[in-house]
Design a binder for this molecule. Structure first.
Ligand code: SAH
Length: 254
């Protein structure tokens, strides 16, 4: 299996990449880079490239970029996961699994019943932590484009800002009459709103409805927030994305 590595350098044929610090440790110690080894490198914007290790030692790791490679790990369905911020490791799990399941954007939200409160400094640290998790998940699963991860926002502020963009908007609600499977195929992107451990308040359901979110359920059992997010993403990719039985993206149905 080709070893995959996220780098922050610009990528082009013949470019030299110098890795120091955490990235050098990861390449040298964890992936055991040795001079002459072939790697696949990506930076989130320039696609995937072959690269050869030219030096690996105490002072760092150096690679030389070769040809561009074809990567086909992005779903035709753009999915924004809007997730009520859950406690530490649950949220980490959501970010990792959502990345594996092909989300294009993750927006963490503070909600009325959310138990996690973060001041500005801790929110920034947490955001960097989530971005790191997403990047590692990309290395593992073969994506070259990590999902965009927004800084955590209040639900109300977010509903106000996002109102104008064209998306199919669904809010996961345990007591909704319609199931996710019965929702209409998105005309363009899908936006999925998932509550934190404590769920949403009635007021939040109303505000979301005003902002165009239709309530859908994931069946008769109450799932933990991380299970709900992961299950909903798998179902959405199955119905409309790159897990479809016929392998074709869904045609929008009226
Ligand atoms: N007591 C809370 C449970 C919250 S579960 C409540 O009744 O809302 C956390 C989140 O996971 C919920 O806000 C919802 O978005 C999602 N979820 C869990 N089980 C679900 C189900 N069966 N159908 C739809 N969404 C579900």
């Amino acid at each position: 299996m080709v070893k995959r590595l996220f780098v922050s350098a610009e990528l082009s044929n013949g470019a030299t990449i110098e890795l120091h610090g955490e990235r050098a440790h990861y390449a040298g110690r964890v992936l055991r880079a040795r001079a002459g080894d072939e790697f696949c490198v990506f930076n989130g914007t320039d696609g995937e490239w072959s690269a050869t290790v030219t030096r690996s030692g105490r002072s760092g790791v150096e690679l030389q970029v070769g040809a561009r490679r074809e990567a086909a790990a992005e779903s035709p369905l753009g999915i924004q996961l809007v997730q009520g911020v859950a406690r530490g490791d649950r949220m980490d799990l959501v970010v990792q699994k959502a990345t594996e399941l092909g989300v294009t954007r993750i927006t963490p939200l503070f909600t009325e019943f959310g138990v996690v409160k973060l001041d500005e400094r801790r929110a920034q640290k947490r955001l960097e932590h989530w971005r790191h998790i997403a990047m590692s998940a990309c290395e593992q699963c073969g994506r070259t484009r990590p999902p965009r991860i927004d800084g955590p926002l209040d639900l109300n502020a977010w509903l106000g800002v996002e109102h104008a963009s064209p998306q199919t908007r669904l809010i996961l609600r345990p007591d909704a009459v319609a199931t996710l499977g019965a929702a209409l195929a998105p005309q363009s992107d899908l936006c999925l709103l998932v509550g934190p451990e404590g769920g949403f308040s009635d007021r939040e359901y109303e505000d979301a409805a005003v902002a165009g979110f239709r309530a859908v359920s994931l069946g008769p059992r109450i799932l933990r927030t991380e299970t709900a997010a992961i299950a909903a993403l798998a179902v959405a990719q199955f119905l409309w994305g790159d897990l479809r039985a016929d392998g074709e993206p869904a045609a929008a149905t009226p």
